[in-house]
Design a protein around this ligand. Structure first.
Ligand SMILES: Nc1ncnc2c1ncn2[C@@H]1O[C@H](COP(=O)(O)OP(=O)(O)OP(=O)(O)O)[C@@H](O)[C@H]1O
Length: 367
């Protein structure tokens, strides 16, 4: 399969500061890629390099197999959609959407037809004679999307396009954006710092931190099988349990933890094999703890002993509890329990987890 975009060991320095540090990524044609990470991690810098607005300090960018590293924005098969999507206030929607086509010398009839087609795609064909100020924020955002797609880019670059919308509209636009991307089949590279947004729209999420790529994968893969501690902690709530690999046989690695010895399958080690003596952090999601009713004798279930509930809160689908394991009371774990369980503060419950749900990563000191 041809890569739509190939980013090869791209770095970008601002004076002495390294904003991007040897980033490499292959993006397939038609993929919806989300660059996700905290403020300042380098997402916008990478997007700007793809769009040609910034040059890399080193490395190479290929788009559709052509070297684009030093090609200016206007001569790239990319369009960038910014958060302040700057529609022309004096133009109707048809002319806003057709603007890029007019710049390319397309004849009026063909231009109008294309503009109507893209307005139709975003559900605004009936409003084509309106001006931007007559629209809601979400509608203006859809016009900006139609305008960006009308020039038929190979790759659409989106920099926090939903950032200005309120939460409800934002969630609705995420669904629409994903549906439109699937219909047009254009490669999308979308920047956000919102984990839920990334989960909702991405084919693959690229988790970035301090100028580096920490993890790449489908949303479920990033959540269930993170390949770095940063990625595990950035996507949703998580418990980290200290561990040390002490022995291994053909199937399992035996790990010493404050809650006892656990035999973990090789698949738990998403960042690579563990050697004996290695310090580890075990990643356990709150919803992966099994409550009293589910644990008894189920295959692959690892007992973590008893834990005392120190606080609990009702969350609709579950109760979110803080618990202190009896064998290691200074530890505090976050555990989701069924609402039906009797969970008064001070009550002790047996804790267990499926071996297949644990991820074991090198502890920070070893990274
Ligand atoms: N023109 C510049 N000059 C100096 N430093 C810059 C410049 N542009 C970006 N930086 C720095 O590079 C780092 C990455 O910036 P970037 O805008 O790519 O982050 P980001 O992940 O997009 O953050 P945000 O989510 O806040 O937009 C930041 O520390 C930023 O201060």
């Amino acid at each position: 399969m041809t890569a739509a975009v190939s980013i090869r060991t791209v770095s970008r320095l601002f004076h002495q500061f390294t904003a991007l540090n040897e980033v490499s990524l292959e993006i397939a044609a038609g993929e919806f890629i989300v660059l996700l990470g905290p403020s300042g991690c380098g997402k916008t810098t990478l997007l700007s390099i793809l769009g040609g607005f910034l040059l890399p300090s080193s490395g190479q960018v290929l788009i559709a197999d052509k070297d684009m590293t030093f090609v200016p924005p206007a001569r790239r098969p990319t369009t960038t959609m910014f958060q302040d999507y700057a529609l022309f206030p004096h133009m109707c929607l048809r002319d806003n959407v057709g603007f890029g086509l007019r710049m390319r010398g397309m004849a009026r009839a063909e231009r109008y037809e294309k503009a109507f087609g893209f307005l139709d795609l975003v559900g605004l064909k009936a409003s084509s004679a309106k001006k931007p100020h007559e629209l809601s924020g979400g509608q203006r955002q859809r016009v900006a999307l139609a305008r960006a797609l009308a020039v038929d880019p190979d790759v659409l670059l989106l920099d926090e396009p939903l950032g200005a919308l309120d939460l409800k509209l934002r969630r609705q636009m995420q669904d629409e954006l994903k549906a439109i991307q699937k219909r047009v089949g254009t490669t999308f590279v979308h920047v956000t710092h919102d984990q839920e947004e990334a989960m909702a729209i991405a084919d693959r999420i690229v988790v970035m931190n301090a100028g580096r790529i920490e993890d790449v994968g489908a949303p479920a893969e990033i959540y269930m099988r993170p390949k770095s501690l940063f990625s595990a902690g950035f996507m949703g709530e998580v418990n980290f349990l200290d561990g040390k690999a002490i022995a291994r046989d053909d199937d399992d690695v035996l790990v010493e933890t404050p809650l006892g010895r656990l035999a973990l399958p090789a698949t738990a080690f998403t960042a690579g094999d563990a050697r004996a003596g290695q310090k580890l952090s075990l990643v356990i999601r709150p919803e992966h703890f099994r409550g009293p009713a589910e644990t008894a004798g189920s295959p692959g279930s690892l007992s973590l002993g008893e834990a005392r509930i120190t606080s609990s809160a009702f969350f609709g689908t579950h109760q979110r509890c803080h618990v202190a394991p009896v064998s290691s009371p200074s530890l505090s774990l976050v555990v989701h329990m069924p609402q039906t369980a009797q969970l008064a503060d001070g009550v002790c419950v047996p804790l267990a987890v499926q071996a297949a749900d644990i991820v074991a990563l090198p502890a920070v000191t070893e990274a």
